[in-house]
Design a protein around this ligand. Structure first.
Ligand code: ATP
Ligand code: MG
Length: 883
């Protein structure tokens, strides 16, 4: 007998897949492993397609099954009674689109691929083999395809799904029937949201209970999220599901539980909501999604009632001692196995228990040859494997019984010692202390995002091989290595940035030292922070940071190493878009880590902090948020903006050193076009924080625009003239302040004397020289070129460029432009040595004569070498004439 089956609580995809499989295995019986979902039953009753036959499982003899065809699942636990016959005697064929799991069944034929719906796999085979299908059959198959792919809109959809859909349409699938059938159709927005929920769904194991948490966000209110939660729960057949959706500035919580261990209403109540133990909801204000999520996990850890019984606590195989053995022998066993007590047996029966304490005391009193039965305690309780934890706790702590035998139909199957109990209690405590970060969790749809292709396409070979080398060194040392931060963000945004930052899970310094042995480079290490800088001969560098492995002892067994440290490292970062990482070790090269929704925020162009205390932790992030927002053309998320305003309001000034503010300000002014960022600083009241009288007026804005213009022009000249871009904008920013006020700003920014002088003097000079030039212009005086040279040559490049932007006079701009393009680099053709040959005394006379030459050259009196010689001879004659 051949049987086609699917998972319990079948859905449209599994039904469609069964039907499609029947086309490939015409002799096989269709059998559901359990009861069908309600909607599916409705479908059977109401649809016109009630034609195909389904056999009931109770009507078939499982032993007759020779071949089992599994569609839409390969998990042993999901196929009901059929799990019993999985084994060498049954040939198994599998068609499935789910991700692998630890309990996967294997078959002699496996058609497994991560397409949007399982039916796709089968339809494509039907098409290839040219098997005929009727329009009705095509309709049912299309229905499955549509439902599992959110009408072909989920991100899990592949080209194969479209091919299959195209084929089904050609075969006459009736889209009208389908749209009637997919009851309670979701809106496009809901489909998006559901898709995000699916992507984010993460499985947690909390005190042995599986809880799934899914989260998503939407810009505006989307109705019926409870329906989405319900759908997600059904799709995956989940016992406990919590959904968090951020809409506008609130987080909506939906809880669903069908087990006693989790009371959804109690959890929702903690967030100010309520409901039933099985279904609840809450609306949460003033929390980010991440904070709400972490709080939820913490609450679950506190409030989920562990499903723990004696079976989970007991130790086996059991060491026992016979009642007739001498005390001495009991002592040996206790010592050898480091036990605190032993059950005492008489034949098959447990007759008592004896503790190490008693044994030792008996030996001390010279009773080592007496039989154990004389000193064992016979008043003791036993438990069964299913006895709940609370009862055991009561026995051991409440009634002081230090060893509890566990019996199963009168057989000794295990013992629980006080140590075992304490271990478990301690584990619980550690869990709640360590909190969410270290919690074991895994994405429900562990679709790992690989960006190897992007790496290949976007990064130069040099960087690629560098990254791979990092991975190899990591492997060698047993460290996991990730690229992180702005480099990853920019790669994903396809912005050029080869500033590589890496994080090593282990020891960054050891890593850098090992790297140095293999690749020509130098390293600088910073032991205190576990960081290193790798400097390459071409001048590029890579920053290496350490994410320490957190090692702690798991009380039950061996010391355990917690490998969640990259998560902790990323959690300390500023914004979700900067908290992305990808793996460099060869095995997972290019695998993206996105714990905090960074990808989504890049897509939606949002700057978002990871938690509510972010700005409190590091107020410079206020400036960083603005800088990234303006540079990337993103938007700071609403809640993040509120947190920023709060930070500013609550005197974040006090905790920021001037130096750090200056560094941030410089970065902002160093950006390509800082106008919008400075305006944003004004909006967030940050300018006042530099100085109460500092304003960004329309006038300043116009000045900034002109600076931008001047700098573009200047950069375009390609002069090899280094200048500090930020300083020119800084002059612009403080342009309207008085000198004392400027001094106060410098003070606020903890500038040293030299910097302070540069600012104050530069501003003063600019004003003076502008006045002087203005005097020339208004008196119709045309300065000589050498005069311009002397006047402007005394100023720094930054001051000159600032003047050029500040002036409204064309002529002034022309003079400065003339200076940069023609005067600045002018030199006499003759050198000192030439002058000596002409008979000029070495010493100050040389310098003086060279200066005169330059002046005459600037004023265009001299062109050739001969001109210069003649000029010198003439001036020598004149001075000789004078003496
Ligand atoms: P840029 O392109 O301006 O260099 P970046 O994102 O690389 O942007 P860096 O200042 O070079 O920024 O910092 C590198 C990474 O370090 C950031 O991406 C971020 O993950 C982290 N980081 C930097 N400063 C902070 C901060 N103040 N708080 C938290 N994380 C920070
Ligand atoms: Mg950087």
């Amino acid at each position: 007998m051949e049987v086609i089956t699917t998972h319990t609580t079948a859905d449209f995809d599994s039904l469609a897949s069964m039907l499609a499989a029947k086309k490939l295995y015409p002799d096989a019986l269709l059998v559901f492993p359990g009861s069908q979902e309600r909607s599916l039953r409705d479908f059977f009753i109401h649809s016109t397609l009630y034609a195909f036959e389904v056999e009931r499982i109770k009507n078939i003899n499982l032993r007759d099954v020779e071949r089992l065809i599994l569609v839409d699942t390969r998990q042993q636990s999901r196929i009901g009674k059929f799990a019993e016959i999985v084994g060498p005697d049954v040939d198994i064929h599998i068609y499935d689109h789910h991700l692998p799991s630890s309990e996967d069944i294997h078959g002699s034929l496996e058609v497994i691929s991560e397409v949007g719906a399982t039916v796709t796999l089968l339809v494509n085979i039907i098409r290839e083999r040219g098997v005929e299908i009727t329009p009705d059959e095509a309709t049912v198959m299309m229905l499955g395809l549509y439902e599992d792919t959110g009408n072909l809109s989920f991100s899990s959809v592949t080209e194969e799904d479209f091919k299959a859909a195209g084929y089904l349409l050609r075969k006459g699938a009736d889209l009208n029937v389908i749209s009637n059938m997919i009851t309670r159709e979701l809106t496009a927005e809901q489909v998006f949201l559901l898709n995000d929920l699916i992507q984010s769904a993460t499985r947690y194991h909390i005190h042995g209970i599986e809880v799934v948490i899914a989260q998503a966000s939407a810009d505006h209110y989307i109705g019926d999220i409870a329906v989405l939660a319900h759908k997600l729960k059904d799709m995956e057949n989940l016992d406990v599901l919590f959904v968090l959706v951020l809409m506008e500035d609130r987080v909506h919580l939906i809880g669903r539980s069908r087990i006693d261990e989790v009371n959804a209403a109690e959890i929702a109540a903690e967030f100010g909501g309520g409901g039933h133990p099985t279904a609840s909801s809450a609306t949460i204000r003033g929390m980010t999604l991440l904070v709400a999520h972490d709080r939820l996990v913490k609450l679950l850890q506190e409030m989920v009632r562990p499903r723990r019984t004696a079976r989970d606590l007991m130790v086996y195989p059991v060491k026992v001692i016979s009642a007739d053995c001498p005390i001495e022998e009991a002592g040996e066993i206790l010592t050898r196995y480091n036990l605190t007590g032993l059950p005492v047996v008489q034949g098959e029966k447990v007759a008592g228990v004896i503790s190490k304490q008693i044994v030792e005391r008996a030996i001390h009193h010279g009773l080592k040859t007496s039989p154990v039965k004389e000193y064992m305690s016979t008043e003791f309780a036993t438990v069964g494997p299913e006895t709940p934890f609370s009862r055991i706790q009561e026995l051991m702590i409440g009634q002081n019984q230090r060893l509890v035998p566990v019996l199963e139909s009168d057989h000794l199957v295990g013992t629980i010692s006080l140590g075992n109990l304490m271990g478990v209690l301690q584990e619980d405590m550690m869990r709640s202390v360590k909190g969410a970060a270290a919690l074991e969790s895994q994405p429900l749809y562990a679709r790992k995002k690989m960006i190897s292709k992007l790496i290949q396409e976007r990064l130069p070979d040099r960087i690629q091989s560098l990254l791979m080398e990092f991975g190899k060194v990591g492997d060698e040392l047993g460290f996991s290595v990730h690229a992180v931060g702005g480099f990853v963000r920019d790669l994903l945004m396809r912005v050029e940035n080869f500033d590589v930052d890496i994080v090593v899970e282990g020891d960054g310094i050891q890593f850098a030292e090992e790297f140095e042995k293999r690749v020509p480079c130098r390293i600088r290490t910073h032991r205190k922070f576990g960081t290193a800088i790798i400097l390459f001969p071409d001048g590029s560098k890579v920053d290496v940071a350490t994410a320490r492995l957190e090692v702690y002892d798991s009380p039950a067994a061996l010391p355990t190493v917690e490998s969640g440290s990259i998560k902790m490292d990323l959690y300390r970062r500023d914004f979700t878009i900067n908290a992305l990482a990808f793996q460099l070790n060869p095995r997972g090269f290019g695998e993206l880590t996105d714990f905090f929704g960074g990808i989504k925020d890049i897509k939606e162009r949002v700057i978002r902090v990871l938690h509510n205390l972010s700005f409190v932790e590091d107020p410079t992030r206020v400036f960083r948020a603005i800088r990234f927002e303006q540079r990337l053309g993103f938007q700071i998320a609403k809640h993040t903006q509120n947190l920023m305003r709060n930070a500013v309001k609550m005197g974040f000034a006090a905790r920021l050193s001037g130096g750090r503010v200056l560094a941030e300000l410089i970065l902002i002014l160093q950006e390509d076009d800082p106008v919008s960022a400075v305006k944003r600083m004004r909006d967030f009241d940050l300018l006042r924080f530099l100085h109460p009288n500092l304003k960004f007026t329309e006038e300043t804005e116009a000045l900034f625009e002109r600076i931008h213009h001047v700098l573009s022009w200047f950069d375009y000249l390609f002069l090899e003239e280094e200048y500090e871009r930020w300083l020119i904008y800084f002059y612009g920013l403080i342009d309207l302040l008085k000198e004392e006020e400027v001094a106060e700003v410098c003070q606020r920014l903890s500038m040293n004397e030299k910097e302070k002088t540069r600012i104050i003097e530069g501003k003063k000079q600019a004003e003076q020289i502008l006045l002087q030039v203005f005097a020339w212009i208004s008196s119709d005086y045309t300065p000589k070129r050498s005069e311009i040279y002397t006047v402007l040559g005394a100023l720094s490049t930054e001051t000159k460029l600032f003047m050029m932007a500040k002036t409204t006079q064309m002529a002034t701009r022309r003079y400065i432009s003339l200076y940069f393009t023609q005067l600045k680099d002018a030199k006499p053709l003759l050198k000192g040595a030439d002058l000596i040959r002409l008979g000029i005394q070495p010493g100050p006379a040389i310098k003086r004569n060279l200066a005169n030459l330059l002046k005459a050259r600037l004023d265009e009196q001299l062109m050739t070498r001969e001109d210069e010689m003649a000029f010198l001879v003439r001036s020598l004659e004149m001075s000789n004439g004078r003496t």
